[in-house]
Ligand binder design. Structure first.
Ligand code: FES
Length: 235
């Protein structure tokens, strides 16, 4: 096997080598540093929309998920300003959710991020009431928990190739919805489970006795890699 074509960058003063064309987010994580990245999933193209992954790179504030790891670049994840900006970004997202989004027993990625930052349910100030879609036997949507990160939409299109989902609405009212415009059960969804797996908030869940996030029952190394239309699990 040939040697990895890599680039070396500096993260918080420590050198780390990552493959060419990696993002700063990949490099930061390779350095063992946990960084929130609520609109990012390493199986999907980056969106750069949530601003929860901000770092300082060569003196400039940058979204780590969409910034290339250029050779020699120096990244700071710990400075007071970037820590505050990341917290602000998470708090803005959380403020538009109901407190149950951060329930003590929530296994969601967002709840984990908030626990790690000391952000509690009191920061979630939305009254909810947008309702849900429980028309589908294998996939349920809770619109109040949707942060419009678009991960489910990209999972459906980029990994599954189904293009069943889209984002609808404007501004803070943007939520995921079936592209066909009707209930989920009448959409092009093939119940692959990819959207459940990638959703960072629990807005899209698998109903039934094991109701919850797919990624809550499967370890990270067993997350959905490929899917088909014959079952609601994914492989
Ligand atoms: Fe980087 Fe959302 S994860 S902007």
């Amino acid at each position: 096997m040939g040697a990895m074509n890599g680039v070396t960058i500096e993260v918080d003063g420590t050198g780390v080598e990552v493959p060419e064309e990696s993002s700063l987010l990949t490099a930061v994580r390779a350095a063992g540093i946990e960084l929130p990245a609520l609109c990012s999933d390493d199986r999907l193209s980056p969106a750069g929309s949530c601003r929860t992954c901000l770092v300082r790179a060569e003196g400039r504030i940058a979204a780590a998920c969409v910034t290339p790891a250029s050779p020699g670049v120096r990244v700071d994840t710990r400075g007071d300003e970037v820590v505050r900006l990341r917290r602000d970004a998470v708090e803005v997202i959380v403020s538009a959710l109901p407190p149950r989004a951060l329930a003590d027993d929530s296994p969601s990625e967002l709840a984990h991020v908030c626990r790690s930052m000391g952000i509690g349910p009191e920061a979630a100030q939305d009254a909810g009431g947008r309702g849900g879609d429980e028309s589908h036997p294998y996939v349920h949507l809770d619109r109040d928990l949707c942060i419009a990160c678009g991960r489910c939409v990209r999972m459906c299109s980029e990994l599954q190739g189904t293009f069943a989902l889209t984002l609808v609405g404007r501004g803070g009212d943007t939520v995921v919805a079936p592209g066909t415009g009707g209930p989920w059960a009448e959409s092009d969804c093939v119940a692959c489970g990819g959207c459940v797996d990638t959703c960072p908030t629990g807005a899209i869940t698998q109903p039934g006795p094991a109701r919850g996030l797919t990624s809550a029952f499967h370890p990270a190394e067993a997350r959905t890699r490929t899917t088909c239309g014959y079952c609601g699990v994914g492989c």
